[in-house]
Design a protein around this ligand. Structure first.
Ligand code: SIN
Ligand code: CO
Length: 388
């Protein structure tokens, strides 16, 4: 993909310009980012998804005296029959994992690393519906899919920004509006993390939120150190060999801190372990139970491919690859595999192709390591036969 090509999705900006001037920094309104866009899912189908056990959904209902009541799914048919005419929003998480046509939309975001993508959340709101003024810690592209939504944006926030005393929803007590637009189908609004925003449905309206994720510094430190600790023997300890005699035995001297920092650097500075942890962490599926894998012997597995079977990525799996010196590493749904350098094109194919079958896999099936890799990914559940 040429990063200097103007993209319709970005209102004619190139990926390079967008990353330089807007990403993580400034909001961007893009009129007709997707001209003629029609939602691949209807409001009824969205409501249908929210009845399913494995789907994460929420309803935000606004009331006069007790504004913004949050209910969590799964819901029932009656839930929807009992809703008022106006002022409520249904939000369904990770619809891309359940509706392939929604996952297709993510292909338009390939100018960003796929491992930064969280999910496509879809909201349906009755007229007047909205989830209140708030901020998120993530980048989001809000694509209007049906009806019209009025978006107001405000100030940059942080965890000191006053929040209304409201159990589950983090509604801002103070919203300082800076801009306001009505989005029509096909229009899109990019919001950087921490920017206050407030959307209200003008009529029956559906909005797709393509959300990104970034681990917090606290997550990186706690998870990485937990991961590292597994490899550290008990005898790897603070050491003060060759130290000077102490002046006051009750004082912790600077020299101890220097030794501690050296201990941290020695272990935390291992780039290979850092990459292994990071790749595993970032490819951890949102719903690990949906990447369950299957028992299949090598012979029937190869036989099926030879008979024309098609492999696809499990929509709940996450894949990424990287280089380690002259080797490669594939991260698949929280696991990593070190692989020889000659498999580079296979790794790229596995991460990017819509489907894997005899024609595009052919040469790789004749390679012991290539064949084993594809087979293991099927057993692990990151790849699956298309008709499963
Ligand atoms: C919505 O689509 O109603 C809410 C999206 C958001 O503000 O994050
Ligand atoms: Co938001």
């Amino acid at each position: 993909m040429n990063p200097d090509l103007p993209l319709q999705l970005l209102g004619g900006l190139s990926a390079r310009e967008f990353l330089r001037d807007y990403w993580q920094r400034k909001p961007l309104l893009i009129r007709q980012a997707k001209p003629g866009f029609e939602s691949p899912i209807s409001p009824d189908e969205l409501a249908g998804l929210s009845l399913e056990d494995e789907v994460e959904s929420r309803l935000v209902v606004e009331h006069g005296e007790q504004p913004w009541e949050l209910r969590r799914g799964p819901f029932t048919e009656e839930t929807f029959q009992d809703l008022p005419e106006r002022d409520w929003t249904l939000l369904v998480q990770a619809v891309d994992q359940f509706v392939p046509d929604v996952a297709e939309l993510l292909k338009e975001f390939q100018f960003l690393p796929s491992w930064r993508i969280d999910d496509v959340m879809i909201s349906f709101a009755a007229p007047g519906g909205g989830v209140g003024p708030h901020y998120d810690n993530y980048d989001v592209f809000l694509l209007q899919a049906h009806g019209r939504r009025r978006w107001k944006i405000g100030q940059m926030c942080d965890n000191q920004s006053p929040i209304l005393p409201h159990g589950d929803l983090r509604i801002l007590a103070d919203f300082q509006q800076t801009d306001e637009w009505v989005l029509e189908p096909g229009d899109m609004l990019y919001l950087p993390p921490r920017l206050a925003h407030f959307g209200t449905a003008e009529d029956d309206c559906m909005t797709f939120s393509v959300g990104f994720r970034a681990p917090s510094a606290a997550e990186v430190l706690t998870h990485f150190t937990d991961f590292l600790a597994q490899f550290l023997p008990d005898e790897a300890r603070y050491s003060d060999a060759a130290s000077e005699p102490v002046e006051d035995p009750h004082q912790i001297q600077r020299d101890a801190l220097v030794r501690l920092k050296a201990l941290l650097d020695e272990h935390m500075g291992d780039e290979r372990l850092l990459l292994t942890w990071f790749g595993q962490f970032m490819t951890e599926p949102r719903y690990p139970e949906l990447v369950s894998g299957t028992e299949v012997e090598e012979e029937p597995f190869l036989g099926a491919l030879e008979d024309g079977a098609v492999l696809v990525r499990n929509p709940s799996a996450r894949l990424a690859w990287s280089e380690v010196e002259d080797q490669l590493v594939l991260f698949a749904s929280g696991q990593s595999r070190l692989l020889p350098g000659h498999l580079r094109d296979l790794l790229k194919l596995i991460c990017a192709a819509d489907a894997l079958y005899l024609d595009n896999l052919g040469p790789w099936l004749a390679d012991d390591e290539g064949r084993t890799l594809v087979w293991e990914l099927v057993k692990q559940g990151s790849l699956e036969f298309a008709d499963d």
